[in-house]
Design a protein around this ligand. Structure first.
Ligand SMILES: Cc1ncc(COP(=O)(O)O)c(C=O)c1O
Length: 337
């Protein structure tokens, strides 16, 4: 039995999801004729109180489309220094949008309204025009950390004062919503655009959605075509998304409990310097020595897969395909290390 904690992207569709996919009614989505995609876009938009949605192959694409729609070449985007949009999207902000980035040193991936206010460039021809603020919730590099929603509201006020667009990379917003007992509608009220991923904690094989006002999504649809993301009978994938939205959200609380259980065992190990607070499904632990690769290979020998995210840091991500037995086996293995 391989226990794969490398990411929550590794899940495979189970029988219920596969059945939903097999039964999908499909058509050519570039003509707007795929019933399953239309239903998914509508369902997700309504959930978040947004006007419209756009189904895309990846979270990278939904983030990059949003950034392209909210900026002009030469503009500046504000985000945390560990943000996926900056660190892990191939320099896409520069490549696709010709924009520059102002990075802020947040607390485990979370920036504050005061930091944002101080980072906005003055209206001066010498300076790049600040036009967009991007948040990530939960924060991947922050170890699944969640924003305090009041801080998000404060950042929104700063954006309004300065006429800045406000985008959420909500690849794992589901985990934040469940962990903090929030609502999807809260998010729709404050953000101009939200990227949500179906292929992470919700267990779909593929798919992300960009949500926003009708005019933004219309523009985004054009950008998606330019990026080569216009799919045809992709309703088979959308059907998995509909199934996930209806069945796989509440169960995330179990992943969070599992993550906390494993983290408690790891925290007791002599070779561990500290474990980042576990708020959702991600565990990041720091080692006393720079031997993350060594720990990952020792775990692999025992059929447990993790990820060395830095010379001294290991990440484990709990997800839908991790069973109670796997959690117990992982705890036993850590105890024996
Ligand atoms: C926070 C965050 N945003 C965006 C993405 C991009 O998603 P995708 O891999 O579907 O492009 C990821 C992927 O892991 C992520 O962790």
């Amino acid at each position: 039995m391989i226990i794969d904690f490398r990411s929550d992207t590794v899940t495979k569709p189970g029988p219920g999801m596969l059945e939903a996919m097999m039964k999908a009614q499909v058509g050519d989505d570039v003509f707007g004729e795929d019933p399953a995609i239309n239903e998914l876009e509508h369902l997700a938009a309504v959930m978040f109180g947004m006007e419209d949605g756009l189904f895309c192959p990846s979270g990278t694409m939904t983030n990059q489309i949003a950034i392209k729609c909210h900026t002009q070449p030469g503009d500046e985007v504000i985000c945390d220094e560990s943000a996926h949009v900056y660190q892990y999207e191939g320099g896409g902000i520069a490549f696709n949008s010709g924009a520059s980035v102002k990075l802020l040193a947040g607390d485990r991936g979370r920036i504050t309204a005061e930091q944002v206010r101080a980072a906005i460039n003055p209206d001066d021809a010498h300076r790049a025009k600040t036009s967009l603020v991007c948040l990530e919730n939960t924060s991947n590099r922050g170890g699944g950390s969640c924003y305090d929603f009041e801080e998000i509201r404060k950042i929104k006020s700063v954006c309004d004062e300065h006429h800045l667009a406000f985008h959420l990379d909500g690849a794992r917003v589901w985990n934040a919503i469940v962990a903090k007992s929030e609502t999807t509608l809260q998010y729709g009220e404050v953000f101009d655009s939200i990227s949500i991923c179906l292929s992470k904690s919700l267990g779909c094989p593929v798919g992300s959605l960009l949500l926003g006002r009708k005019d933004l999504i219309k523009k985004g649809r054009r950008v998606r075509k330019v990026f080569g993301g216009g799919m045809r009978q992709a309703g088979f994938l959308a059907a998995a998304g509909i199934y996930a939205l209806k069945n796989n959200i509440d169960r995330l609380a179990t992943d969070h409990e599992h993550a906390k259980k494993i983290a408690a065992t790891i925290a007791e190990k002599e070779f561990v310097k500290m474990v980042l607070p576990v708020e959702t499904n991600i565990i990041i632990f720091e080692l006393k020595e720079n031997n993350a690769a060594g720990i990952v290979s020792r775990l692999k020998e025992k059929d447990i897969l993790g990820y060395a995210i830095a010379p001294n840091r290991v990440r484990l991500v709990v997800h839908l395909d991790i069973t109670e037995d796997m959690i117990e086996q992982t705890i036993t293995t850590f105890k024996s290390l």
